[in-house]
Design a protein around this ligand. Sequence first.
Ligand SMILES: *Cc1c(COP(=O)(O)O)cnc(C)c1O
Length: 412
Amino acid sequence: MKNNSRKAALRRAEELKKTILNYEQALPDIPTGFGQWRRILENQERIKSLLGATDEDWQDWRWHLEKRVTTAAELKKYLTLSPQQLEEIEQTGSIYRWAVSPYYLSLMDPQNKADPIRRQAIPSLPECADHIGTSDPMDEEHTSPAPAVTRRYPDRLIINVTNQCAMYCRHCQRRRNIGEKDLATPRRDLMAALDYVSSNKEIRDVLLTGGDAFMLDNSSIAWLLEQLDQIPHVEIKRFGTRTPVTLPFRIDDELCEILSRHLPLYVNTQFNHPLEVTPAAQEACFKLARAGVSLGNQAVLLKGVNNDPFVMRKLNQELLKIMVRPYYIFHPKRVKGTAHFWVKIEEGLKVMEHLRGYTTGMAIPTYILNAPKGYGKVPLLPQYLLWIGDDTAVIRTWENRIIKYNNREAGD
Ligand SMILES: *Cc1c(COP(=O)(O)O)cnc(C)c1O
């Protein structure tokens, strides 16, 4: 290589380094699950001793479900809460159900009111004060051609297998289904849903979700997968579950063994903050990956949790480290009781603008706005194509260079 080109390349490398200086400066203030693991382990020990739990209990997902915290009085043992907050939680909790697993609780900083984990899990007054949102903005009630089925696209559909979750997210888009009781979808409804898939040959992709699909026991999951594998036109199965985030111990060896017998299979989960990417989540995700399952992330853009370009960049980088490929960032839906999480579209575009070019392409999900009335997912992207004419285009690069591009075919 010529000396001059090496010099130019070194200059360019210096220039490139400068483009992430502000990110590097912001990083010390962005907590991650790996960075905070020691503090999280201390929380775990405190929670375990308060519950009289053994190490074995802590690894047992059923124990976590049983010991989910569901009252303000109990929560007070683990988090610093003012009398006013206690009152808020009780009041809101009487309208919107809540439950948090001891594991997810252990990720919270007990002193920090603005903790992004706390914000996703613990009720607050704005939920009751929301008079703008609607209960079913995507009109799922009118897109159900068979029991437990939601169909909005030509070749794929959702089967809702349960309304149960390990944790009831404060930003839940299906709050109206959560109700007061945990209900697995009755077997006869599942059979009707499977019949619908069977008799509609264009359905090549079936998503099992809820609620949280991994709240079903292993034998029900095995049964569903066996049924689906008997339908010749079903090419792929997908699961929607937040258990790798909220209850990683759910990913047990038996479940992995079952899943590995039914490939090709995709699991989509929902990490929303780098604090959720912990060694425990890593273990769960690696187990799934070793079983041959491909993992994707569907984050939700949430005010006060992750509406920050650097938090999102860090989140997506942390996800690749645990073999989870960022898939979607959802613009928050206008669901009643969640208005305090809403942001404007401009914020999502800003997040996207700060990903492309600055980091690994695989760390860049698609930003999705769900069209009202259930008309489907709409991808949104900052403008990179500024103009297009007959033989030229004007493009904008990730560094904001505006460049003319020759768009003529060879013969023109
Ligand atoms: C989101 C969704 C899907 C899956 O969409 P993909 O873009 O294929 O991931 C399928 N059915 C319904 C009803 C959905 O809302």
